[in-house]
Design a protein around this ligand. Structure first.
Ligand code: Q9C
Ligand code: ZN
Length: 656
């Protein structure tokens, strides 16, 4: 494999001159070494931290042509004395001893004593290569031989502590490189290092290693959720600011929830990291570049896009004359990780303006966290002292209204209140053309917007789009025709509703054997169902209803018209004509979002009774069908893959 890498190194000699548009091409180093793929599970069991993670990144970079414009380096093994700058001798010796001589069962025994670690015969060498490669590229950037670099390494490093491997990490690759510059290479003149850790998990190892060291400013933004998200506990809290001379030089931005995306991350950048980086004025930046906050990641449950990563990176390149070293940490969706990596390398190469946009707004919880961090740290960093303007923090994603029970006595008053409010609203609020048009029900209903709330396969956007645009997704036995109006939804949001999700019947012709999803229209305070809301027209809503019930979309009358809408808004739910709608024969109003009613479709109350009595069997969903749920919930950033599976299992196994 070394030969392939060497040949690219030779090509790279040509790219120091001017590129087409007259700008001087920046020298970007890339490290890749296939030997790091030998670290794998001993028993061949599937694991998210798998060899293909770095292979797929490398393939993507090669196919896109960027590797030819970079300086490509093979891996280098770390020296023990450099590892020992941040690790104990015992820990270094333990990792060294994991080499091929040891038997698998001995390694298993060691791994079983550690948290989230597997070990095989290739683990030790890969760990040495990961750390050594980050040191190598860091040294070259510090020397000025390279402008910047990206070490595509595994195992990752930021969870590794002085004396222990954990969280898929053996050596703390980035910490070793930072410590090497400060302690072994004073000749290179690097006195202040900024470490930015955008991996979705807290960089506990890095935090500890520089806890009292003011030469290293450590930023970590991570999913925290009160300490319940890995690695858990209080260490990732914003109160952890460092101690002694290092006080104020550790900054945590702990998200209270999953689903954070570009808007949330860029808010943390603009209102915390960038102003502090200006004050600190680093000589070099080391980036713990995990891509597990990326949209679609099975562990992270966040939704940062390649565009988001490129903007975050671009903003960091304004410091330290762009001297920045990226080291791969997590990132477990192969496609997201590869795309995000490519977007970052393109930023390092400065070869084109960043394309994309961010439509979402930060969550309310994001502003809460940012304000708390600024308050905690403003004595060390005066640029954080100003209050954020209310104009700014008013820009947040709306949270859907949740209507509460009409079957539960405690919630009854509340439910009545909401129903009363709804009955005061009339259809004129929707700017409906009140003149009766005999020509086409479609043109009338196309002027009214509704939120269609999905709780089944339609939570997966691609699957829902089949009902609008036509087409077929994985697991579906036949294609959809789509709506007459093929324009995409005008908005997407998520909400949590106090209704029971369940699965019933024997099979469906779309997904095969296994139950289909229903929502109990009756609310109760112990059940919670996640729903993905699409803002579509009432015309499109009818076309979804037609297709869900196996009907053609060329009906000459709507199945759910303006009168029905008014009814459902007043009554909470309304049955449709039973013959027409055998599957989803009931439209339910879940509340309103802004001025717009939230509607869903499920079975009738009389069918719920048949499910409850056992007359119609409850059945878990078919595998292909369950997969669509998982995809929707993961891509929506609601759950990790594991959490989504547990959510479906729970809904499928509880009696009604
Ligand atoms: N319930 C990195 O992304 N998860 N490490 C354990 C236990 C471990 C992630 C879940 C996640 C480690 C580098
Ligand atoms: Zn991670």
């Amino acid at each position: 494999m070394d030969t392939a890498v060497e040949s690219s190194v030779n090509n790279s000699g040509d790219c120091n001159g001017e590129s087409n548009n007259g700008k001087v091409q920046r020298k970007v180093g890339l490290v890749y070494d296939e030997t790091m793929c030998k670290h794998d599970t001993p028993d061949g069991e599937a694991h998210p931290e798998r060899p293909d993670r770095i292979r797929v990144i490398w393939e993507k970079l090669q196919l896109s042509g960027v590797t030819q414009r970079c300086v490509v380096l093979g891996g280098t093994k770390a020296e023990d004395k450099h590892l020992q700058l941040v690790h104990t001798t015992d820990h270094v010796n333990l990792v060294k001893s994991l080499s091929t001589k040891k038997q698998d069962d001995q390694r298993d025994r060691i791994a079983s004593l550690l948290n989230s670690i597997y070990i095989n015969g290739g683990s030790s060498e890969a760990a040495y290569l990961a750390a050594g490669s980050v040191v190598e590229v860091t040294e070259k950037v510090a020397k000025g031989e390279l402008d910047s670099g990206f070490a595509i390494v595994r195992p990752p490093g930021h969870h590794a502590e002085a004396d222990k491997a954990m969280g898929f990490c053996f050596f703390n690759n980035v910490a070793v490189a930072a410590s090497y510059l400060l302690n072994e290479r004073p000749d290179l003149g690097v006195k202040k290092i900024l470490i930015v850790d955008w991996d979705v998990h807290h960089g506990n190892g890095t935090q500890k290693m520089f806890w009292e060291d003011p030469r290293v400013l450590v930023f970590s933004v991570h999913r925290h959720e009160g300490g319940s998200f890995y690695p858990g506990g209080d260490e990732g809290d914003y109160n952890m600011v460092g101690e002694g001379p290092g006080e104020g030089f550790n900054i945590n931005v702990p998200w209270e929830q999953g689903r954070c995306g570009d808007a949330d991350y860029l808010a943390a950048w603009d209102h915390i990291f960038i102003p502090v980086a200006k004050e600190f004025n680093p000589d070099i930046i080391l980036l713990s570049a995990g891509f597990d906050a990326a949209i679609g990641d099975p562990l992270g449950g966040c939704r940062v896009t390649p565009y988001g990563y490129s903007v975050m990176l671009k903003k960091l390149m304004e410091f330290a004359q762009g001297k920045i070293v990226m080291a791969l940490e997590g990132g477990y969706n192969l496609d997201s990780t590869a795309k995000s990596s490519l977007a970052c390398v393109q930023v390092l190469l400065e070869d084109k303006p960043i394309q994309g946009s961010c439509e979402a707004m930060p969550f309310m919880s994001t502003w809460r966290v940012i304000q708390a961090v600024r308050k905690r740290l403003c004595t060390y960093w005066p640029s954080l002292a100003d209050e954020l303007s209310s104009n700014l923090i008013d820009q947040k994603t709306p949270t859907p209204i949740v209507i509460t029970s009409n079957s539960n006595s405690e919630a009854k008053d509340n439910a009545h209140e909401i129903m009363d409010q709804m009955s005061k609203l009339n259809i004129e609020n929707h700017q409906v053309d009140t003149k009766v048009s005999t020509s086409s029900w479609r043109s009338d209903l196309s002027k009214v917007d509704v939120w269609y709330a999905s709780f089944g396969s339609n939570m997966w956007k691609q699957r829902f789009l089949c009902y609008i645009e036509g087409g077929q997704v994985e697991g579906m036995t036949k294609p959809c025709v789509g709506s007459m109006d093929k324009s995409p939804p005008k908005g997407i949001t998520w909400g949590l509703y106090p209704n029971r999700l369940f699965f019933g019947r024997e099979s469906t012709n779309v997904w095969g054997q296994g139950g289909v999803a229903f929502l109990n229209p009756l609310t109760n305070l112990t059940d919670q169902t996640h729903m993905c809301l699409y803002r579509i027209t009432l015309e499109q809503f009818n076309d979804v209803l037609f297709q869900e019930n196996g009907l053609n979309v060329d009906f000459d009358s709507p199945i759910f018209d303006l009168t029905a809408l008014k009814l459902v808004e007043n009554n909470g739910s309304t049955p449709l004509e039973a013959d027409l709608a055998p599957w989803y024969g009931n439209v339910v109003c879940m509340g309103r979002e802004g001025d717009i009613p939230i509607l869903t479709m499920t079975c009738t109350l009389s069918l719920v009774e048949k499910f409850t009595s056992g007359e119609i069997p409850l059945r878990p969903p078919a595998k292909a069908y369950a997969n669509t749920f998982i995809r929707g919930l993961v891509e929506g950033g609601i759950f990790s893959e594991e959490e989504a599976e547990a959510y479906i299992d729970n809904a499928a196994s509880k009696p009604l």
